[in-house]
Each structure stands twice: as structure tokens, then as C-alpha cells.
Design a protein around this ligand. Structure first.
Ligand code: HEC
Ligand code: HEC
Length: 475
């Protein structure tokens, strides 16, 4: 008996030694896998670092599809008008809406931002609404199909604009409370915590338990490649009970697919609440611009606004062919190549990225499966996302779930192209509600499953911190 016990102790001692050696070697730069090269989007990557870098088609897209791409682009970029009009192809706007063109939010095919006094564009953020489900299970069907229980008067989204003769639903105000964070080298960073208020509710008061979620528009690049990832590969990375004990327990969202009439993997949106580009786009048309489609034939109207209700029903406002061209466009916006990859600082930043555990969620490398856009198939890509939901802690909790996602769970966003944000969109607001004013603030908001990563960044020397940011800016 005694021998066994001392063997265990001896084994334990050897094990600890091994752990110490492993930790020592992991701090050496040699431990990081090779840094991804410059072509983040595989053969689709394009070479551009100017303000239209997010608006170009996949490099390997067949030439004869250029026309579809540019027609799709025009319906994404140009304003829609109210019906009836002389340009029936792009009418049907409203009656309630957030804005009249996709690109007003997806600025130059890049990301939106919260309302900021110094930025002219005010409309690139939206606010989702819902109420908690009934405890008696009555809302199960709504949860299964919509992922949420709509706010009884205003539906699932606040439309802060309307066509003439109709009042908008309300107005969004964001205020911030600043809180300091001190890094281990003494540097201080201010983080701002947003509070949302809905003013001028024109159709009656909001439900007392209303849940609000502010979202800025994400960038549009590389989405066809993410759509082409095999669902089985994404699901294989789930670790809901943290079986491997690394503190990270990603799980996939599972959402309602309207065309198939079944629950499938969620991929798009900040909480992965949409299964596919066609459904995501149809949702954008109806919720953000008031344009109905075959997939989503009903306006998101307040029950009390009869004029709004009356405009729904009848033929879908979005012609099927136009939706197809917009779908094609959104699947084929190219990811620009990296910059400065030979800079030693960028290389050092990659090592910091790996050592800080960032790659556990921001998965660097994938191979796409088969896409019906065959040029997107079998590409080695570097999106830096696992497309899974992670609990990001109380700081990022918006108190509003979506299908399986809780208030604090968010889908890891891709990081490709992130270093071109300012060049393309003229701002550097990050995270789902744009609260972070730069990349460092975005990292310092990481909590929950990403808390260890965030703590590691706080402990970095100024040099290593700069290197990490140089790496992110090279993406
Ligand atoms: C009012 C601002 C706004 C407008 C207008 C808008 N979007 Fe978006 N878009 C968003 C937001 C916010 C999200 C993230 C939604 C979420 O988290 O569920 C998004 C997400 C998307 C995504 C998924 C991107 C990703 O990385 O997951 C696509 C595709 C998209 N929108 C297409 C469109 C199209 C097409 C139009 C025009 C018909 C459009 N959007 C109009 C704000 C907007
Ligand atoms: C546990 C998973 C996880 C880890 C680990 C993690 N992240 Fe994130 N990251 C996320 C999620 C989820 C978000 C989105 C949070 C939100 O918008 O509220 C995010 C957002 C970001 C953003 C902003 C992206 C955007 O489009 O606005 C950056 C930049 C970022 N992470 C970098 C890092 C770096 C650098 C590290 C390592 C120090 C890291 N992340 C570690 C999951 C993770």
C-alpha cells in the first residue's frame, strides 16, 4: 500500500516538473505555429489597402459573373424608394425603416458604429427588442422560430425612421459611463459602458421588461467563405462542458431555417442568429428597410399602426431575381491580403496572440467545403473565428438571448480585414455595439471564457502589447 502511495507522489512530482518545463518552453517564441501568410481568403484574396478595399469581388470569381456582382452591388449601395415609383425595381421602402440603403449601415461594405457626434452617419447601428418568455411554456413556438419573444407593440426591432405621414417607432439614445482599467505597466485605459434609452415611443409605452440589444453592422468581406465551411467541422470544435479543461467552452447556435423549415447551425450576426446569407439578407430587407420578400412576407409593424399593417400582404416587394443578385454580391466580397507580414514586430505579435490564448476562439485556419459558388470551395482561409458562441462575461452581457445564445454569449467575430477598418470606414469602433474605440479597448472588454486572455494582455510589457496590436493591424 505504502509503495503505491509513494509511487503516486513520485508520479505527481514528475508530472509537475513536466508542467513546469512545458510552461517554460511555451514562453519561448518557437512554440507558436507558423503565422498565416498574406492571403487570408485563399485564392479569393485581393490586393488593396485603400478605402474601397472591402468592395472588390473575389479575385478568382469568373469574369462572366461580374455583371451579377455589380448589379447586386447597386441594390446594396443605392437608396431604395417608397412605392409606387417610376423605378419599380427598387421601391417598396418602409413604411417603417432604419435607413434606405444597406450600405448606409455597412459603410463602404465595412462596419457601422454607434451614434457619435463627430461622425456624420448616424444610422449604422440598430436596436433589437424582445421580452422574456412566459414561464408556462406558451412561447416555445416563438422561441423555436424567432429565437425570441417580440416586444408586444414594437416587434423584434426598433425602426427609428418612417416614410412620410407615419411616425417612426422611437429614437435611440446611447450614454456612456467611463471606467478606468490599469495595465500592469501602469498605463491606464478608459473603457466606456453604454446605456441605451428609447425616447419618443410613438405607439405606446414599451413593455416594462423590454430587452434591448444594440448592434452595429459587421463588415461584409469573406461571408461566402464562412457560408462554405462544413457545418460538421464547426460543430466538431464545440466543447460545451469544457471537457478539455482549457476554460473555453464554445458552442454552436442553432436557429430556424425558413426555407427548409427546420433548426440548423447559426452562422451570421453577432449571436449567430441567422443560418444563411439569403435568410440574413431577407431579414435585413424587411427589418432594416421595410421591404418584404418571399421568405419574409410580413412587415415588422406595431399592431396599433393600421397604415403600416395595411402595406403588408400582397406580392413581396423584393423581386426574387434582385434578392439573388444581392445574395451573390454578399457571398463574393473579397478579403484583402495582409500587410507588413515581414515586419518583426508583426511576427512577434503573432506569438503574443497565440501565447495569450486568442487563437482558442479566433481560430486562424480553416479549409472550406464545397460551395455552389465553386471558386469558394476547398480554399485554405484565415478568418480568425470558430463561429461558436462564447460566454464573454457580465461586462458584455446585454440581457437578451437569441435562440440558444444567452445575453452574455456572442459569436467570435472574424478578424480578417480588421486592420483596414479605419482606412475603409473612417472609424475604429469595435465589438457588437461599437463601445470599444480601438483594438486595445476591444480586448480589455473580453471576460468570461476570454478572461484569462484578457488578463494575459494586461500583464504584457508595452513592447509586446504594441506587437500584438501591430499583428492585429496587419490582418
Ligand atoms: C440599420 C443598419 C443596417 C442596414 C440598413 C443593413 N444592415 Fe446588415 N447588419 C446590420 C447589423 C446590426 C447586423 C448584425 C445583426 C445581428 O447581430 O443579428 C447585420 C448583419 C448583416 C449580415 C451578416 C454579416 C455577418 O458577419 O454575420 C449580412 C450578410 C447583412 N447584414 C446584409 C445586409 C443587406 C443585404 C442589407 C440591405 C438589404 C443590410 N444588411 C442592411 C445592420 C444593418
Ligand atoms: C473565449 C473566446 C475568445 C477569446 C479567447 C478571445 N476572443 Fe476576441 N472576441 C470573442 C468574442 C465572442 C468577441 C465579440 C464580443 C462582442 O462583440 O461583444 C470578440 C471580439 C474581439 C475583437 C473585436 C472584433 C470586432 O469585430 O469588433 C477583437 C479585436 C478581438 N476579439 C481580439 C482578441 C484578442 C487579441 C484575443 C487574445 C488576447 C482575443 N480576442 C481572445 C471571443 C474571444
Amino acid at each position: 500500500m505504502q509503495t503505491t502511495a509513494s509511487n503516486i507522489q513520485y508520479g505527481n512530482f514528475v508530472f509537475r516538473l513536466l508542467v513546469i518545463f512545458a510552461m517554460m518552453s511555451s514562453t519561448a517564441a518557437a512554440s507558436a505555429p507558423p503565422m498565416p501568410g498574406e492571403r487570408l481568403g485563399g485564392d479569393t484574396s485581393i490586393r488593396s489597402d485603400h478605402h474601397s478595399a472591402f468592395s472588390l469581388p473575389a479575385a478568382n470569381m469568373p469574369l462572366q459573373r461580374r455583371l451579377d456582382f455589380s448589379v447586386g452591388n447597386s441594390f446594396f449601395r443605392n437608396p431604395w424608394v417608397t412605392a409606387p415609383s417610376s423605378t419599380t425595381a427598387r421601391d417598396g421602402l418602409g413604411p417603417l425603416l432604419n435607413t434606405n440603403a444597406c450600405q448606409n449601415c455597412h459603410i463602404k461594405d465595412g462596419r457601422g458604429h454607434p451614434p457619435e457626434p463627430e461622425l456624420a452617419n448616424r444610422v449604422s447601428m440598430l436596436v433589437r427588442l424582445s421580452i422574456p418568455p412566459d414561464s408556462d411554456g406558451r412561447d416555445q413556438e416563438l422561441l423555436r422560430r424567432l429565437g425570441n419573444v417580440p416586444e408586444p407593440t414594437y416587434g423584434l426591432q426598433l425602426q427609428d425612421f418612417a416614410v412620410t405621414n407615419l411616425a417612426p417607432e422611437g429614437r435611440v439614445q446611447v450614454s456612456y459611463r467611463e471606467q478606468p482599467v490599469t495595465l500592469s505597466d501602469g498605463a491606464q485605459v478608459m473603457l466606456r459602458q453604454p446605456t441605451l434609452t428609447i425616447l419618443d415611443t410613438n405607439y405606446g409605452p414599451l413593455h416594462p421588461q423590454v430587452q434591448l440589444s444594440a448592434r452595429v453592422a459587421p463588415p461584409m468581406i469573406g461571408l461566402g467563405l464562412l457560408a462554405a465551411l462544413d457545418a460538421a467541422h464547426i460543430v466538431a470544435r464545440e466543447d460545451p462542458n469544457d471537457a478539455d479543461g482549457d476554460g473555453i467552452s464554445g458552442r454552436a447556435n442553432r436557429v430556424w431555417d425558413l426555407s427548409g423549415g427546420l433548426t440548423v447551425l447559426g452562422r451570421f450576426g453577432w449571436k449567430a442568429g441567422q443560418p444563411s446569407l439569403p435568410q440574413q439578407n431577407a431579414a435585413a430587407f424587411v427589418n432594416d428597410m421595410g421591404i418584404t420578400s418571399r421568405l419574409l412576407p410580413d412587415e415588422d409593424c406595431p399592431v396599433s399602426a393600421a397604415t403600416c399593417q395595411a402595406s403588408s400582404g400582397g406580392a413581396p416587394e423584393l423581386a426574387a431575381q434582385i434578392q439573388e443578385q444581392v445574395d451573390f454580391y454578399t457571398a463574393n466580397l473579397a478579403v484583402p491580403v495582409r500587410r507588413n507580414i515581414d515586419d518583426p514586430k508583426v511576427q512577434a505579435g503573432w506569438n503574443v496572440f497565440v501565447d495569450s490564448g486568442c487563437a482558442a476562439c479566433h481560430t486562424p485556419t480553416w479549409t472550406t467545403g464545397n460551395s455552389f459558388h465553386e471558386w469558394l470551395s476547398q480554399q485554405t482561409i484565415h478568418p480568425f473565428t470558430d463561429l461558436l458562441l462564447h460566454d464573454m462575461g457580465p461586462g458584455l452581457d446585454d440581457g437578451r438571448g437569441e435562440f440558444l445564445a444567452s445575453g452574455s454569449e456572442w459569436r467570435t467575430p472574424p478578424l480578417w480585414g480588421i486592420g483596414l477598418t479605419e482606412t475603409v470606414t473612417g472609424h475604429t469602433f469595435f465589438l457588437h455595439d461599437g463601445r470599444a474605440r480601438n483594438l486595445l479597448e476591444a480586448i480589455l472588454w473580453h471576460g468570461g471564457e476570454a478572461d484569462a486572455s484578457q488578463q494575459a494582455v494586461r500583464q504584457l510589457t508595452a513592447d509586446k502589447r504594441e506587437a500584438l496590436l501591430a499583428f492585429l493591424n496587419s490582418l
